[in-house]
Design a protein around this ligand. Structure first.
Ligand SMILES: CC(C)(COP(=O)(O)OP(=O)(O)OC[C@H]1O[C@@H](n2cnc3c(N)ncnc32)[C@H](O)[C@@H]1OP(=O)(O)O)[C@@H](O)C(=O)NCCC(=O)NCCS
Length: 173
């Protein structure tokens, strides 16, 4: 049976940065922020991760998507701020051929776990298009709820951006 996991690109090589750019393009966004994301990662305010499937009979793992954890956003501290133990999920994308198999859900679960264990995060936030019923339903199922007013309409979202959050349960000793 294949094992699904997240791998943080803490010390990425050029091929991994290129792969991140390709995933971003596949997702339908542009890749111009990717270099900046890795600069943020080197300052420890963002973690860029790959979603991977490992088949025990194969040497190489299969990349099925991407996800990121933002630890500090000085432009919007309600979304990510070390002092309030709040972090934000960003850039989630599961390749179309792997969608609908539970990997999106598992990516969120593993990222929450990582955030609690590595950084003591207590509140997880995210921003998504309020126009995408599919994405809203996906996050609601995972326990997220809107916590502040939506943004005005945006070019990519007629109903504006929805800001969602969830309290994370710390591990019991
Ligand atoms: C959103 C996304 C990450 C979901 O990943 P996924 O691997 O397809 O989702 P999963 O298979 O883990 O599904 C998890 C739950 O969401 C539900 N779901 C998934 N796709 C759905 C859809 N099209 N409509 C309604 N529910 C859906 C599933 O039924 C499942 O519910 P269940 O646990 O009750 O069975 C994926 O579709 C994606 O990468 N989309 C493009 C990029 C994007 O929109 N990213 C999010 C930006 S905020």
């Amino acid at each position: 049976m294949s094992t699904f996991s997240l791998r943080a690109l803490n010390d990425p090589n050029p091929a991994e940065i290129q792969l991140y750019k390709e995933l971003r393009l596949q997702c339908g966004w542009d890749d111009d922020l990717v270099d900046h994301w890795f600069e943020q990662a080197s300052k420890h305010i963002r973690v860029n991760l790959l979603c991977e499937l490992q088949d025990p009979n194969q040497m190489e793992s299969q990349v099925v998507g991407m996800i990121a954890l933002v630890l500090q956003d000085d432009d919007d501290v309600q979304m990510a701020d070390v002092s309030t133990k709040t972090a934000m999920i960003k850039s989630l994308f599961i390749k179309p051929e792997y969608q609908g198999r539970g990997y999106g859900k598992e990516s969120i679960r593993l990222l929450e776990d990582f955030a609690v264990k590595q950084y003591g995060i207590e509140t997880m936030t995210l921003e998504t298009s309020a126009s995408s019923k599919k994405n809203m339903a996906f996050y609601i199922k995972l326990g997220y709820a809107e916590f502040r007013e939506r943004s005005p309409p945006l070019p990519w979202s007629k109903l504006g951006a929805a800001y969602m959050s969830k309290k994370l349960i710390p591990p019991t000793e």
